[in-house]
Write a protein that binds this ligand. Structure first.
Ligand SMILES: C[S@@+](CC[C@H](N)C(=O)[O-])C[C@H]1O[C@@H](n2cnc3c(N)ncnc32)[C@H](O)[C@@H]1O
Length: 393
């Protein structure tokens, strides 16, 4: 006898371009909805919300995953709203920047909270706090990278790698919207024609510069993109450090230009060793001449870089880290039995890599005291986490 699911798969095979009717089971971490084909195969669908019913068209398969798009919405979610931005959408030519603009903010927040609770259910279910929503759901971005081919300016289109031209961008701060208008006024701009083998030229906007200071084909040093929420992250870290009695060395990894270094110093913690791979960011940090702060340039994704940190930070008692989305695979090497770390403050912008690294910290004898999720990027599925681990006594 064949098992039921296999029998179903053999009798109803899913094929590209085929349509089927289904109800969205849930929304997953990348922001897509999940629907089940009559064969039992699951498909990722952009632009749908949990419990919505619709007719879906299969668009393709990648590895074991199926992808589909919404063809007809039969039963909309009560959270569905008219997207505020005319460029929002999910077909070629639409902007892919804010994939959740079609649902109200309350639903976005609940979904993010559920993602965090689900991801940490086995590790530390009781330590997850309610997410801090962003006070501004539009107009919050203090920096952004636009693309241009010299004829139009935009973002990468949803569902393709093509440029989606824009006339405005509602998530940019007023200053950056103004800069965008000034850049649009220069079109067509032959100086921005992409170099050979490049799809486009990049334009990096930032609160600190106007249109004449925009970086062309050059990334600006990292900056937390939501100023208000960044201040809350700094305050969260500062309050916890100030509540601790230790005055041992604080090792700060992925320090950037010193955003959290400033908060550590203001909290009156011990001496800080701030480590960063981007030399421009590190130079900016050194220029700030913060009291009791030493800097170290290192590639923290290399064994050599971690070795160097090990040598310089022997005896450090507090670890603060704010890695990019890749997380910090080397964390286990720093937390050997001989290490003196009593507390770890892990600021994360990626739930999956955080859960991976958190499991290593727990395995090395730490407990997860607190996880504070917060929203830096309304209208998108991105989540930031502030986590505090302490060594088990
Ligand atoms: C999420 S940002 C945080 C920066 C800073 N903490 C802040 O709040 O502005 C991550 C930082 O990691 C740095 N970084 C990325 N890869 C790195 C590597 N392999 N080694 C060292 N630093 C790296 C980036 O340059 C960036 O400054």
């Amino acid at each position: 006898m064949l098992p039921c699911t296999l029998l179903r798969c053999l009798t109803v095979m899913a094929a590209v371009n085929e349509t089927f009717t289904a109800t969205v089971k849930t929304v997953v971490n990348d922001g897509n909805g999940l629907v089940e084909h009559p064969s039992g195969q699951l498909f990722f669908v952009p632009g749908v919300w949990a419990e919505e019913r619709g007719i879906f068209r299969i668009t393709g398969f990648k590895k074991r995953h199926g992808y589909a798009r919404l063809e007809t919405l039969l039963e909309p979610s009560r959270h569905r709203i008219t997207p505020p931005c005319p460029h929002h959408g999910f077909v070629a030519g639409d902007c892919g920047g804010c994939p959740w603009q079609f649902v109200d903010y309350k639903a976005q927040i609940s979904a993010k909270q559920a993602f965090v609770e689900r991801a940490l259910a086995r590790l530390a279910p009781k330590s997850v706090r309610p997410l801090w929503p962003a006070p501004d759901t539009l107009g919050y971005r203090n920096r952004a990278q636009l693309k241009t081919d010299g004829k139009s300016i935009g973002y990468v289109s949803a569902g393709s790698n093509a440029l989606a031209p824009i006339e405005d961008c509602l998530v940019l701060s007023d200053h950056n919207r103004h800069t965008l208008q000034a850049l649009l006024a220069t079109l067509p701009n032959p100086a921005w024609r992409p170099a050979r083998k490049q799809a486009w030229t990049t334009l990096d906007l930032d609160e600190d510069v106007d249109a004449s200071g925009v970086s062309v084909n050059r990334r600006r040093p990292f900056r937390q993109a939501n100023t208000v929420q960044n201040m809350r992250m700094r305050a969260w870290l500062g309050e916890r450090l100030a509540s601790m009695t230790s005055d041992g060395v604080v090792l700060e990894l992925f320090a950037g230009a010193g955003n959290f270094t400033e908060a550590i110093v203001a909290a009156g913690s011990g001496p800080v060793l701030a480590v960063e791979g981007d030399r421009a960011a590190l130079a900016a940090l050194a220029d700030a001449r913060l009291l009791n702060v030493e800097t170290l340039a290192a590639d923290l994704f290399s064994d050599e870089g971690i070795e160097g940190v090990h040598r310089r930070a022997r005896g450090a008692t507090v670890l603060v880290l704010d890695p990019p989305r890749e997380g910090f695979k080397g964390i286990g090497n720093l937390l050997s039995k001989k290490s003196q770390f009593g507390d770890i403050f892990y600021i994360s912008c990626d739930l999956a890599t955080f859960a991976r690294d958190a499991a290593v910290c727990l395995d090395r004898g730490f407990v997860l005291k607190e996880v504070q999720p917060l929203d830096q990027f309304p209208q998108t599925p991105h989540i930031e986490l502030l986590a505090w681990f302490s060594r088990k006594r």
